[in-house]
Design a protein around this ligand. Structure first.
Ligand code: 5AD
Ligand code: SF4
Length: 519
C-alpha cells in the first residue's frame, strides 16, 4: 500500500518513524511524500505539550474530510498521543482506524493489515497500547524482546550522499523512570529499559559501514544507562533488554567483579570499536548521577562531541521540588562547574519550563539568575502545559495566567539571547571542524556581501545597489552543536554531509560566521 507518515515531536519519535518506515518497506509498502497520494496516513504523535497535539487534531480533521468524501483511506495514530488518549480518540475522531503506542510499534504491520479489512476486524484488532494490557499481560520481557526486534530490524542500506542520511540516531534506553510531575513520557513510553551493549555497538558499526559519520545516542536520561551482564537473557542465551536499576544503584559503587556496562563504558566502547564514527553525541543528560567517569571519557576520546543537553527546568529549589526533579540548584551548579572544569570547551544547552504551578516572581527571578550564571549556548523555553495523567495535572493547580507565562517566556528568551551571544563570541578567532548540513540563500546588505564574497561581486558598485543581495551560504554544526554559516563555494552541494575545517570570523547570538580553512 502507499503510506504517508508524518512525525511530530522529539528525536525518539524521529527514530521510531525511521524504524516503522524500514519495517513497512520490507513488507512491500511504499512511502509517498504527500498525504493525498496515500492509502494509509500515519501520524507519529507527541503528547509532551498541548501545542503538538493540536497540530495532529487538525491533520485528523483533514483526513476526516477525505473519508467523508468517500475516499478509501486508513488513518492511524501512532506514538505517545495514541498511548495517552487510548480509545477515547476513536470516540472523538471516528475517522481514526488504528492506534499504536510507542511501545508496541512492532505490531503496526498487523494493525494496518487488520484495518484494511476493516469490516472484518473489530476495534480491538486495530489497537495496540501498553496501557490496555492486551499484550502486557504477557511478560514485560517478551514485549521488550519484540520491540528490540524492531530496533534490530533497522535497514542498513548504503546511505544517500546527503547530510541528513549521514547522521543517525541510535537508541540505548527506552522509557523513563523519573516521573517529573509535569511529564507524560513515563506514562506513554513506560519504564526505563536498557538495550544490551552488544546490540548498540553492532548497530553503530552497521550504520557506519553504510556511510553514516555522525551518531547521536538517545535516551531520556541517558547517563542512567546501566547494563548488568548475565541477568537478562533470551531463551537461547543471548543478552536481552534489561529493566533499569533503581536510582539507589547510582549512589553505591559497583560491587567487586560486577560485570556491568555503565554509560561511560558504553561511550568508550563505541568510540574504540567503531573508529569510523567521526562524531559521537548523546542526548538527553539528567543533571543527577552524571559521574566524572563520563566526563573523563568525553575528555579523552577525540571523536566524542563535547556537548551536553542537560535541562535544568527551573532555577528555583521550591519548583524543582514540586517538579520532582530530585536535585537542588546548587547541586545543578556543582555539576556544571565539574563540566566546565573538566571540559573547558564543552557547550551546554538546556530546557526551561516557565509558569509551572505556583511559580512566583521570586521563583522566576531565580530561574533568570540560573541562566545568567550558566554559560548556556541555548535553552529551549516552554510555557507549562498541563498534561492529563500527570501528577501535576491531578494534584497541582495551573495557577499562572497565560499572559504571565507568555511574558516570562519572552523575558527569558531575551535573557538567553544575551547569554548565547556571549558564548558564541568566545569562538571568534578559533578553528573548528564543521559538519556541513544545508545550503541556504539569504539577503545580506550589499556591503557585507562585498566583504564575504569579494571575488564574485568585484566590480559592482555597492552605491548603485544599496539595498540587499542574495548570498548563498553553507550551514553546518560544530562538535559542540554551534551553528556555523560559511560562504558557499560553487561545489557546495557536493560538500554537504562532510566535515571540514573552518575559522570563525564573526558571531551572532545563535550563529557563528566562518570561512573555510586548510585542514
Ligand atoms: N509543559 C511544558 N513543557 C514540558 N516539557 C515536558 N513536559 C512539559 C509540559 N507539561 C518540556 C521539558 C522537557 C522538554 C522535552 O519538554 O522542558 O525537557
Ligand atoms: Fe519527562 Fe522527567 Fe523523564 Fe525527562 S526525566 S522524560 S522530563 S519524566
Amino acid at each position: 500500500m502507499r503510506v504517508y507518515l508524518e512525525t511530530f515531536g522529539c528525536q525518539m519519535n524521529e527514530l521510531d518513524s525511521e524504524l516503522v518506515r524500514g519495517q513497512l518497506q520490507s513488507l512491500g509498502h511504499q512511502f509517498v511524500l504527500h498525504p493525498d497520494d496515500a492509502q494509509v496516513v500515519l501520524f507519529n504523535t507527541c503528547s509532551v505539550r498541548e501545542h503538538a497535539e493540536q497540530k495532529v487534531y487538525s491533520r485528523l480533521g483533514l483526513a476526516g474530510v477525505r473519508k467523508k468524501q468517500g475516499e478509501q483511506l486508513i488513518v492511524g495514530v501512532i506514538g505517545c498521543m495514541a498511548e495517552r488518549d487510548g480509545v477515547d480518540l476513536f470516540k472523538r475522531y471516528p475517522q481514526v482506524d488504528l492506534m499504536c503506542g510507542p511501545g508496541e510499534l512492532d505490531r503496526l504491520p498487523l494493525l494496518i493489515d487488520n484495518a484494511s479489512r476493516a469490516d472484518a476486524a473489530d476495534r480491538s484488532e486495530r489497537v495496540a497500547l501498553a496501557g490496555n494490557k492486551s499484550r502486557r499481560s504477557a511478560t514485560l520481557q517478551a514485549a521488550e524482546d519484540n520491540l528490540e526486534m524492531l530496533d534490530l530490524s533497522r535497514a542498513f542500506e548504503p546511505v544517500a550522499n546527503d547530510a541528513k542520511s549521514k547522521s543517525a540516531y541510535v537508541r540505548i534506553t527506552r522509557g523513563c523512570n523519573k516521573f517529573c510531575t509535569y511529564c507524560v513520557v513515563p506514562h506513554t513510553r513506560g519504564a526505563e529499559v536498557h538495550r544490551p551493549p552488544a546490540h548498540i555497538v553492532d548497530e553503530c558499526k552497521r550504520l557506519v559501514d553504510a556511510g553514516v559519520i555522525e551518531i547521536t545516542l538517545l535516551g531520556q536520561t541517558i547517563n542512567h544507562y546501566r547494563y548488568t551482564h548475565g541477568t537478562a537473557l533470551t531463551v537461547d542465551g543471548h543478552e536481552a533488554p534489561q529493566v533499569g536499576p533503581g536510582l539507589a544503584a547510582f549512589r553505591k559503587p559497583l560491587g567487586p567483579g560486577a560485570r556491568t556496562t555503565t554509560f561511560a563504558d558504553l561511550l568508550h566502547r563505541i568510540h574504540e570499536e567503531v573508529p569510523g564514527v567521526q562524531r559521537l553525541r548523546f542526548v538527553t543528560s539528567y543533571p543527577r548521577d552524571f559521574g566524572d567517569d563520563i566526563l573523563h571519557v568525553m575528555r579523552d576520546s577525540p571523536r566524542i562531541c563535547q556537548y551536553l543537553h542537560v535541562p535544568a527546568q527551573s532555577g528555583s529549589d521550591r519548583l524543582l521540588k514540586a517538579m520532582n526533579r530530585g536535585y537542588t540548584v546548587s547541586e545543578y551548579l556543582e555539576f556544571i562547574d565539574r563540566v566546565t572544569t573538566t571540559l573547558p570547551d564543552c557547550t551546554i544547552g538546556g530546557d526551561i519550563i516557565v509558569g509551572f504551578c505556583g511559580e512566583t516572581d521570586e521563583d522566576f527571578e531565580a530561574t533568570c539568575e540560573l541562566i545568567r550564571r550558566v554559560p548556556y549556548k541555548n535553552n529551549f523555553i516552554f510555557k507549562y502545559s498541563p498534561r492529563p495523567g500527570t501528577v501535576a495535572f491531578d494534584r497541582l493547580t495551573d495557577d499562572v495566567p497565560d499572559s504571565v507565562k507568555r511574558a516570562r517566556n519572552n523575558a527569558l528568551l531575551a535573557l538567553q539571547n544575551s547569554v548565547s551571544a556571549r558564548v558564541h563570541e568566545q569562538w571568534v578567532g578559533r578553528t573548528v571542524r564543521v559538519f556541513l548540513e544545508d545550503l541556504r540563500e539569504r539577503s545580506a546588505p550589499a556591503q557585507a556581501v562585498h566583504r564575504h564574497v569579494a571575488v564574485s561581486v568585484a566590480g559592482r558598485s555597492t552605491a548603485s545597489n544599496p539595498a540587499t543581495m542574495p548570498v548563498r551560504q553553507i550551514i553546518g554544526r560544530t562538535p559542540g552543536d554551534l551553528i556555523v554559516a560559511l560562504p558557499a563555494p560553487n561545489d557546495a552541494h557536493s560538500m554537504l554531509g562532510s566535515v571540514r575545517t573552518a575559522r570563525i570570523v564573526g558571531s551572532k547570538p545563535l550563529l557563528l560566521d566562518g570561512m573555510f580553512a586548510a585542514t
